[in-house]
Design a protein around this ligand. Structure first.
Ligand code: 6GU
Length: 226
């Protein structure tokens, strides 16, 4: 899996991606990340500025099509196919686990992180294949949503998680929330671990966990049961 990220904040992306399981996957060569600073593709004479006033008036600035187009062409030139290009926007389809699984099968993914009030609509028409949102709230830019997506997609890439970390039993893999987990001590300030987990009866433990998953999902996320 090769990620290509177009952004105005390359250091933010580099820092976040170097840590934890994603950083380990990068160092192992299971994924790669190529960060393109849109500012490096500014119009000549604009001293690295890539935004301008909106036609028709209104508050805020709009990112120009040209710099984004050139940033994209610099990525496309290194590939032998047209990649999926994801524009992070609250106006997109809401990201979920099935989408993460689907995108994990791609060879290359391009992310366009917008800022200011948005980007010129014509570059979205020209290069974007998928408009994606991470939920119903408004963020200041597409960088955090891109990082959220890269995290969720990468853990679906074969080899990124060890067997012990593997997602099989986690929340959403079977459409249910995860059951509660406990570790030592068995008595924490008078709060005891459920007896069944100390019983050694694997069938009973499995049945209890399944029941807890169902109860928890009905209580917290009844929408998932429909
Ligand atoms: Cl993808 N971008 C922005 N700016 N805000 C968001 C979002 C994306 N998803 C939810 N809110």
């Amino acid at each position: 899996m090769n990620y290509h990220i177009m952004t105005l904040f390359p250091e933010m992306m580099e820092k976040c991606l170097g840590e934890s399981i994603i950083g380990r996957a990068l160092r192992a060569g299971l994924i790669s990340v190529d960060i393109v600073n849109i500012r490096d593709h500014a119009d000549p004479g604009r001293k690295g500025r890539v935004d301008d006033y909106p036609f028709g008036g209104g508050a805020g600035m709009v990112m120009q099509a040209g710099p984004i187009d050139r940033a994209y062409q610099s990525i496309r030139a290194g590939l032998d196919h047209d990649p999926r290009v994801i524009y992070l926007t609250p106006q997109g389809r809401v990201f979920d686990q099935p989408m993460a699984r689907e995108l994990a099968a791609e060879e290359d993914l391009v992310f366009l992180c917008g800022h200011y009030e948005g980007v010129d609509e014509r570059i979205i028409e020209k290069i974007v294949t998928d408009n994606v949102s991470i939920g119903d709230y408004v963020l200041t830019g597409g960088e955090l949503p891109a990082l959220v997506m890269i995290d969720a997609i990468s853990r679906m890439v074969p080899g990124v998680l060890s067997n012990a970390e593997s997602g099989e039993e986690e929340s959403f893999s079977d459409g249910l929330l995860e059951y509660p987990q406990y570790t030592r001590p068995a008595d924490y300030q008078g709060m005891k671990v459920p007896d069944i987990l100390l019983s050694g009866d694997h069938a009973k433990v499995a049945a209890w966990r399944r029941e807890q998953s169902l109860l928890r999902t009905r209580e917290r996320r009844p929408d998932l049961l429909k």
